[in-house]
Design a protein around this ligand. Sequence first.
Ligand SMILES: [Zn+2]
Length: 707
Amino acid sequence: MSRNKKILYIGAATLFAAWLFCLPRELFPSTAYSTVVESAEGELLGARIAADGQWRFPPCDTVPERFAKALIQFEDRRFRWHPGVDPAALVRAAVDNAKYGHVVSGGSTITMQVIRLSRQRERTLWQKTVEAVLATRLELRCSKKRILALYASHAPFGGNVVGLEAAAWRYFGRPAAELSWGEAATLAVLPNAPASMHPGKNRDELLAKRNRLLKRLLEHGDMDATTYAAALEEPLPDAPLPLPSWASHYVEGCPRGARTRSTLQLPLQRAVEAAVNRRSDELARDGIADLAAVVIDNTSGNIVAYVGNASPYRERPGRQVDIAAAPRSTGSILKPFLYAAALREGVILPRTLLPDIPVNLSGFAPQNFDRQFYGAVPANEALARSLNVPSVFLLRQYGVPKFHALLKEAGLETLTRTPEHYGLSLILGGAEARLAEVTKAYRKFFLGENDLAVWYTLDALKEVNRPDELDWRLIRSVRKAAWKTGTSYGFRDAWAVGMTPHWTIGVWAGNADGHGVPGLTGARTAGPVLFDILNLLPADQNWFSEPEAGKSVYSAVCEDSGMLAGPGCPSAQMLIPQAGLDSETCPYHQTGEFVLPPAMEWYYRPHHPEYTGATLRRPSGTVQFIYPQNGALLSAPRQLNGQVEGIVFRAAHHRPDATLWWHLDNTYVGETSFQHEMKLVPAPGQHVITVVDEQGNTASVRFGMAE
Ligand SMILES: [Zn+2]
């Protein structure tokens, strides 16, 4: 080989290598894109402008056929065949430009324009040459389809609208795939002179250009004469349209600058949003500004409708807050988890009597919502009526750390403190949780395992078991649902979560800034919204199926106490979870009659006229302290002037007409009949208080007085 030839080969190889590596790996590396969120069906839910202030949707892989055909006809007729540059077009451009004495045509291919869009250099002959070289390289890397998509995603469409997808929405209010011929042709000619979208003389030129393109498409056989005639009649778009804005809080929470395909179902989302907005506008008149709702499809576990906060159009502070994702006090909304877990693990049976009496647990004195005590209440009824005191007793029996772990396992991520921090208040709203998480946790916990515990829980929460919770006349048609409400301390949070076999719905109402409103309760505020939403959803054909017999057994259960029947109990066979065989045996029928301990009896009797236990004589356990509990540490309340107020000690006796004699540290302090209350001011230190009845029955508790 001659030396010259060698140089020639080396030179050619160098040039080839240079060509091979001339194109950057990423054509649009630092381009900012809009945040785009689509529904499960691929419809646009909402979008946010890109960081550089442009409406530029993240690139698509494909270009709709009409736009592709229109664009190729207008810009680059031999696009399908040329290798990135079109010599024929360049020659023709040169001839035209010479003929008219100025630039009338660039002769650039679509591929070259993609390169130009990616480089944004000034338009000189040299740059054009570089673009041509890079274009040939791009053709080697990408398919024609991909090149078209790159063009459609980055071409300017006037103002701050970049890319076909954003342009289709801004100018025509629909996705690019649904553009008519007239619309596709308008957008195909626009990037060539983006300013012509502005009103004025330019628009006549734009219209003329579009119509010339339509004629070409007709001649090329892309459309028939009828379609052509209709397309000519289409008007040019007016001012840019606002983009769709569904699930705005959800959209706000999606990754910035990217396209997200959500699980929300657009038709359902629209219906739920409308219903929730309507209710929210009503509630606003009562000072309840904010309302959120989440709907889960139980089959997939996906959230299919999400309203982070209703009526974003209503001017108010807090409307931007996504309440469904904000930690809020849980009220009673977690009680079903405790009932089901205690049942599953044999801590109780479905109707086990739980105490409902005054109790003071190291300073924590739970009260029921109606400030009454019922003495003893079956666990399922306590759940349905959402009584606080029985649930505190149940949690104490079940164990706070275990329940804490169970809730975290169910997905409540906001339980960040230790079980000791929450204590027994965990069951009464002492913790915070997010609506979306609570709703998901219901679905996961109550549908994850179809056992008897879950079945009994859902049964207790059926609306037929809660006649007085809601003004049912306000609800248009009541669908069968298992549902639970919650109201936080100070009327700040109203919750309702409802389940059918197919759906789980969560609703929260209140004020984003946290201020309470009298009358804000889970049942009356959030409940009606829950049923509004339920009525929008396709109806369930069946109720939850009864669990298979595997882990369940029949056992004799006491009809009065709901516990395992002892020898003296009136009993019936009942299906209970296997673990229930280890639960407690009824202690209340030792004499053959149903007799509760005095404190429970004291509060139980007024609500149960049929109760006769008090007429019997019993050897022990006749008299009992209600307050304080044994070992309690008390501190005397003070009046505003600093004077110490007395502490009211309370006891109960089986016999209504009994008289009790009171002794503090063996010193007689007074007597009581019927209502056994004694106000005393014990000195700081340890004490024993004792009561004695006529028969000599006694009860004592030790307590301490704080300094
Ligand atoms: Zn019994």
